[in-house]
Design a protein around this ligand. Structure first.
Ligand SMILES: Cc1ncc(COP(=O)(O)O)c(C=O)c1O
Length: 387
């Protein structure tokens, strides 16, 4: 009997070591990691630059407090703002907390416009986190079940559909639209290529903030550092986490223009947020993105995945659809032909780590994956899906 609360149901395997795309379990057996800790260890396990940053920083100083200035934090904020064309950053410890900051910014923005009961538009099937505000924002009943009363300020509209948003134009309480550039937890749902541009146009016309939840789709995952760079837009608020620390808990809420002026002394905070250790890791992450060819690798390996999928999976009757942007991959399956509930366990038996959401396999392999590793992965997938 474990003393852990029962909110997780972990698979019966313990990993003790990681290297690049590979994890080793407590029996010394190696697994190919096509999930990167759910899009966290984007640069691979134990990336030497991140390890060095952590070792060096831990020998100097782990934590002080946001009561004092933190050099790494200021440097990271400067670099992130330069790279994302944003103005200011609040550092959190997770994706949900970055989104919480965004929601608080939207509320203060509402106050500035004398809106008493602000409403934020979010999308059905979205995922924004597990705190009360972010699970209320989330468009999935299974995440909300049991937790009512929910925060009432979120209106959910269909994802990748402008109609639902357009219809709310007359609602004077709306202050923001919050969407994922690509929906991750929904099974990798990629919207039309101009969806975000159109959403931004509507936001601009109506004086609403555009909040992008890039927690899963940013940090190189789609072949650009930030997913919305494919659309050539700058949101008002951008939330990051997961790959930002490559394994250490850090999130960030970036804001531009009026949105960046909303948080004032005493309105928000975090004990750990942006401490010297985690910001050292994130500085290492940005260094790797800027000084290596990791983004080129994402684009090349994405193309390779596509051609290999075409060769080995596209004619498989159990495969309905393959969705891929960079190294964010969803494979929609026919649940009459494959028992999707067994796939994660079966893959684990074959030493492959994947995730399944509903009837889709989701893969978020490390961005440093090689052709040879993709060949191994696809061989295992073909066996797994069968038919
Ligand atoms: C798009 C998105 N937003 C927010 C979150 C929540 O992040 P965290 O689990 O770090 O709180 C996730 C996690 O999967 C996510 O995918």
């Amino acid at each position: 009997m474990s003393n852990l609360m029962s909110n997780y149901s972990p698979l019966d395997v313990t990993f003790v070591k990681g290297d690049g795309c590979w994890l080793t379990d407590s029996n010394g057996v190696e697994y190919l990691d096509a999930l990167s800790g759910i899009g966290v260890v984007n640069l691979g396990h134990c990336h030497p630059t991140i390890t060095k940053q952590l070792v060096d920083q831990s020998q100097k100083l782990l934590h002080t407090s946001n009561v004092y200035r933190i050099e790494n934090q200021e440097e990271l904020a400067r670099e992130l703002c330069n790279l994302a064309n944003m103005d200011k950053v609040f550092f959190s410890n997770s994706g949900a907390e970055a989104n919480e900051a965004a929601i608080k910014i939207a509320r203060l923005y509402a106050r500035s416009k004398n809106i008493e009961n602000p409403v934020i538009i979010t999308a059905s099937q979205s995922f924004h986190g597990r705190t009360m505000a972010t699970l209320s924002a989330t468009g999935q009943a299974k995440v909300q079940a049991g937790f009512s009363p929910l925060m009432s300020e979120f209106i959910h509209v269909k994802y990748d559909d402008l109609e639902g948003i357009q219809q709310l134009k007359g609602n004077k309480d709306i202050v923001a639209v919050m969407v994922e550039p690509i929906q991750g937890e929904a099974g990798v749902i990629i919207p039309k290529s101009d969806y975000l541009n159109k959403v931004q146009e509507i936001c601009k016309k109506n004086d609403w903030l555009l909040i992008l939840d890039g927690v899963q789709s940013c940090m190189g995952r789609t072949g650009k550092l930030f997913a919305h760079e494919h659309n050539d837009i700058t949101p008002d608020v951008l939330c990051l986490a997961k790959g930002l620390g490559n394994g250490v808990p850090i999130g960030a809420c970036l804001a531009k223009g009026v949105a960046s002026e909303m948080l004032t002394p005493g309105t928000h905070g975090s004990t750990f947020g942006g401490n010297p250790l985690v910001t050292a890791a994130a500085l290492g992450v940005l260094d790797v993105f800027q000084n290596t060819d990791v983004l080129d690798n994402v684009n090349q390996m994405s193309a390779y995945f596509k051609s290999e999928f075409d060769k080995h999976l596209s004619n498989n009757p159990a495969v309905k659809e393959i969705r891929i942007k960079g190294l964010m991959i969803g494979i929609g399956l026919d649940s009459d032909k494959v028992d999707c509930t067994q796939l994660v366990k079966k893959a684990l038996q074959d030493k492959l780590l994947i995730n399944v959401t509903g009837t889709s396999i989701r893969m978020l392999p490390p961005l440093i994956i090689s052709k040879k590793e993709i060949d191994t992965l696809i061989g295992k997938l073909v066996t797994l899906i069968g038919n």
